[in-house]
Design a protein around this ligand. Structure first.
Ligand SMILES: [Zn+2]
Length: 355
């Protein structure tokens, strides 16, 4: 398997693309030709970037475009992943694909075709993978929020909701070792990704030992932390801070102001959708909600205060931070929150289905 095919395989197993349907083209050669191969090859040359075009495995992509109406030019998801990496998602007409994608790629790295297919462009294949993960997350969360707040609008929407069922099983409660050595940080990262609590390229994890914090590196794949962590001071900022996760300010503030020894942060989709919905009114009482920008000192201060009294707190539209004595304890609280939101959202969606 060549390295391009390996990427496509990983994106398929992560659920970002349908197997065997994606076109991948680089500026110097067309690597994986499928339906849009001519368009992708031509765009890769003219834009000078790697291009990926293909159908989403989620019916949400097509639903969102059709729900928005034929004249819609962009979707504006409100989750923080999209706000940080994309801002909005241009919608382009598949009948005029090359010209419209070229225009969209002049100001955005991702777009949605009005057929429900996805398109991304990036300087590297890894960047394309990050953008596909981001699109997948945005479509899933945005659709759940729309369904909660506006109900079903399309005649085939409810029948196709069945494809959500495998994605909607409760997450099994998993155990993790009670130590806080580097290998358990790696295991905790793998658990977060494998349980679907975050995509590999997002989220962060850390533990505290005396006056030091061992934390995932910025941009590190969370399911491969064995060599992708960094040690920083609990109290003093240094140049090493730049290598740490962008949420280091939050981890540091939490360790300084609570008795926590470990912190886990994910982007679980049902929890995020619940935090963005205007009609979700069964948020668990013991999970405080916080509004503050990702990576900000303000987020750290608010989380630290909330986590003095609660084991998990939710950064609205962004994701929960769980703090505890062990990784197992922190993971338990993330799973508990996500399963609660899953169950409540699925019940509400079914209730809103016209019979
Ligand atoms: Zn985050």
């Amino acid at each position: 398997m060549n390295r391009f095919a390996e990427h496509l395989h990983r994106w398929h197993t992560s659920g970002y693309i349908q197997q065997g349907t994606c076109t991948l083209a680089t500026p110097d050669s067309l690597c994986i030709p499928r339906i849009h191969n001519k368009t992708a090859a031509s765009l890769a040359k003219s834009v000078g970037q790697t291009i990926v075009i293909g159908p989403s495995p989620l019916p949400m992509a097509g639903f969102l475009v059709r729900r928005a109406g034929a004249s819609t030019q962009s979707l504006r998801p409100r989750d923080s992943e999209t706000q940080v990496f994309l801002e909005d998602i241009p919608v382009v007409d598949a009948n005029d694909l090359e010209a419209q994608l070229k225009r969209a790629f002049s100001y955005r790295q991702a777009a949605l075709l009005n057929t429900g297919e996805l398109a991304v462009c990036g300087p590297t294949i890894d960047r394309c993978g990050l953008l596909l993960a981001c699109l997948h997350h945005a479509l899933f969360v945005t659709y759940l929020v729309e369904r909660l707040d506006q109900g079903a609008k399309l005649p085939d929407e409810n029948a196709q909701l069945k494809s959500l069922i495998p994605l909607a099983k409760p997450i099994p409660f998993s155990t993790l070792p009670d130590d806080t050595f580097p290998s358990s940080l790696d295991r905790a990262g793998k658990a977060l990704v494998n349980l679907g609590l975050v995509d590999s390229v997002f989220g962060n994890a850390s533990y505290r030992q005396n006056d030091q914090i061992r934390i995932s590196r910025t941009g590190a794949p969370l399911d491969d932390l064995e060599k992708s962590t960094v040690e920083v001071s609990l109290h003093t900022a240094s140049n090493t801070d730049k290598k740490a996760s962008s949420e280091l300010p939050a981890h540091r503030a939490i360790y300084q102001q609570t008795a926590a020894r470990v912190i886990l942060h994910g982007h679980p989709r049902f929890s995020i959708a619940a935090s963005l919905s205007n009609s979700f009114n069964t948020w668990p009482e013991d999970v405080p909600s916080i509004e503050a920008a990702p990576g900000s000192q303000e987020l750290g201060e608010r989380l630290a205060k909330a986590l003095q009294a609660a084991p998990v707190a939710m950064a609205d539209g962004h994701g929960p931070f769980a703090a505890g004595k062990t990784f197992g304890e922190a993971l338990h609280h993330l799973i508990r929150l996500e399963n609660h939101c899953r169950q409540q959202i699925l019940e509400k969606i079914e209730l809103s289905v016209p019979r």
